[in-house]
Design a protein around this ligand. Sequence first.
Ligand code: SUG
Length: 442
Amino acid sequence: MNNTMTEVNFDCLAGPTHNFAGLSFGNLASMNNEKNYSSPKKAAMQGLEKMYFLYKKGFKQGILPPHKRPFMPILEQMGFTGTKQEIIKQALDNQEILVKNISSSSAMWAANSATISPSIDCSDNICHISVANLHNKFHRSIEAKQTYEVLKHIFSAKNFAVHQALTAHDIFSDEGAANHNRLCPNHDYQALEIFVYGKTAGLDTQKTLRYPARQSLLASQSIALRHKLNSDYVLFLEQNPLAIDEGAFHNDVVCVMNEQVILCHEQAFASNISLVKQRYEKLYKQEPIIIQISATDLSLQDCVSSYLFNSQLLSKPDGKMMLFAPMQTFNNPASAKVIKNILADNNPIDEVYYFDVSESMSNGGGPACLRLRLLLSSNELNNILPSVLFTEESYEKLRLFIESYYPQEFNLSYLLKSDFLQLCNFIHEEIFKILGLHRILN
Ligand code: SUG
């Protein structure tokens, strides 16, 4: 046991170029919604309202800023010259796919930005944060730099170690907290950290037939080592290749854990879940609560379209848990029935809320994708940059700002207008200022 730990969820706001570009092969929503109409304003407002809802429910919430897009260094490095507008024009004429990649607002899925081990899990008693290289998808791989700068600034105190992303190579392919879970009797315990991978190293080691496995075991092992975790408290589990091939590109599409509860699909892992149970019992002399949903009750296809497991599972002060699910879970009859049964059964989950995050969902991002989860002691919480914590004041400022300046819609041709490029810059800078991050603007 250690001192009291508080969960804080950091959500990242969508940026002004949020769009559906079909960039994520293996992510069915991204593949199916390519070219659909997108609304950056709606995306940012949905994200902000999500944070506000949870904040009002009494949960601690943090805010991360959108990344600077379009990301010009890539086009400059390619040799395009001229004004920003001229460079984009040349790139759009010759390499439209590249412009799509550098304009994505994909950093909004904060669950992929880093893997975090709270200080109670680490032998040096420091909270370790490893930025993810997101190497599997080009548009995501360019996130690591800003993510590092922002996290380094927020967690600059000596209580934290923020690590650079692992070397950007397929063998170290790392997707952050989306493939990482902690299991323990309650938040105040050193947890069994569970790392989930889809391949042992590079492409040649993946077992999927249709879609790429994104997370490598080698990356997960490196993170466990960097974070100074006790090996008795670490488990590496293989994703079921079948689940990846059905569109579960990250483990958080088929599994969510909180404290002693595992809510997962029976086809989530390649191995039997009893492995986790045995290790847990050995460590804590009690059983975890495993809520495993069968393929008969919910097929992998329904799992992926309803995103039930991409709900946030949150501990309430009364000791019970609340599920914060996307609206799609409610609209899918099979997943809605599964939820009904979970609520009726004898387990800690006694409340569910469905929320509209449709702009994110159309790119394969549910509530859990939008947040980076941290556990902090009160001392650690007092030592982070306070201006990134969600308050009534920051909500009001951001709401007014988004309503006044965010574009109602976006398509690539907007990038040809210099006033739009200026607007993107302005939005980026102002949000950094609102969040007290102006010192790291460049
Ligand atoms: O990496 N979608 C993201 C969704 C990430 C969801 N995160 C978690 N499961 N934790 C991805 O595939 C789509 C972008 C586009 O197609 O425009 C995209 O990047």
